[in-house]
Design a protein around this ligand. Structure first.
Ligand code: BDR
Ligand code: CA
Length: 313
């Protein structure tokens, strides 16, 4: 493991938990200073993503403002992923009904306001980009007040999971993604080409439940077992990609990633390619709008995830 020392970056997390979002919150709680969390419809409907966020925060004893946001994509078409995350969004993990309350149902207004109050904020986006696009439409200067939007979404090389060519978070709301990618925000894109390099499996789930065995590690273990069961039934794969944790770690431990400057366009119309991130790999490409993640140091990233999940709260 590298000896680079880390100050905890201040982050806002926009998420749709989601099994890997939940693991990402555990990682972010350990390695960053979470200022607030916003929720969006995505893997499961908004009611579930919000209550799951509240429950995970209670599990972590994390007392931060939670604001729920958009229940529908710009197109009003609903795209969910219960086949990957289970009916509630957290697989077989059952957490007590949360006692904490959300602060508002206006995630976009919160994003606008908090960036006027706090400097040096990084926005980590782990779901469809609907809330962030709403914030940009209401206040285009919003993007000039953040250090970066580091998002899990899309892919280089045309890889898809929701469809052959589109990644879920972008496919679920391509119009929102297009607004974000055209906003001149400093964007770091952590796509499938990178997150598929960071795979965890049953061996890690066992370490967390048996060797470590505290409440957080056991919960992450249950999430990993569920994720593996759900994904293997559709793909046959025995390990699972750490999509959303990679986006958090790209902010907290950038030394374990490589990025290249690229122009990225969101396809809105294609019959077979709607929601695709078209990443221009030409040297003479049009103006750059994004840092695209290419290589991940999988071994070090997995140990960071295990470390974060092992810490007793
Ligand atoms: C992304 O889609 C969701 O299913 C995951 O939570 C992740 O954010 C991966 O394509
Ligand atoms: Ca997600």
């Amino acid at each position: 493991m590298s000896s680079v020392s880390h100050n905890k970056p201040k982050v806002i997390i926009d998420c749709d938990p989601g099994i890997d979002d939940a693991i990402a919150l555990v990682v972010a709680n350990h390695f960053s200073e979470i200022i607030g969390i916003t929720t969006v419809a995505g893997n499961v409907p908004l009611e579930f993503t919000t209550v799951n966020t509240q429950s995970i925060c209670e599990l972590l004893n994390l007392d931060v403002p939670i604001h729920s946001g958009a229940s529908h994509a710009y197109s009003k078409q609903s795209v969910t992923a219960e086949h990957v995350h289970g009916d509630t969004g957290l697989g077989d993990l059952l957490l007590p009904k949360p006692e904490n309350k959300i602060v508002s149902e206006h995630a976009d207004n919160y994003l606008i306001d908090i960036t006027k109050q706090e400097n040096d904020l990084t926005l980590i986006a782990l779901g469809p980009l609907t809330n962030i696009a709403h914030a940009i439409e209401k206040d285009p200067a919003f993007v000039s007040r953040i250090k970066s939007i580091t998002l899990m979404g899309g892919s280089a090389y045309g890889l898809g999971n929701a469809t052959a060519s589109a990644e879920f978070n972008i496919f679920a709301d391509p119009e929102a993604a297009s607004i974000v990618f055209n906003s001149r925000a400093p964007i770091k894109m952590i796509g499938l080409n990178l997150t598929r390099q960071v795979q965890m499996g049953i061996e890690h789930a066992k370490i967390l439940s048996e060797n470590i065995g505290n409440r957080v590690s056991k919960s992450v273990s249950t999430l990993l077992y569920s994720y593996q069961n759900l994904i293997s039934s559709s793909t046959g794969n025995i390990t699972v990609p750490m999509h959303d944790p990679c986006a958090v770690l790209a902010v907290t431990h950038p030394e374990f990633f490589t990025f290249e400057k690229r122009n990225v366009i969101i396809e809105l119309d294609g019959i077979y390619t709607r929601g695709m991130t078209v990443v221009d790999e030409r040297k003479s490409s049009p103006p750059i709008n994004c840092d695209v993640g290419y290589q991940a140091d999988s071994e070090n990233l997995i140990s960071l995830i295990v470390d974060a999940a092992s810490t007793k709260n």
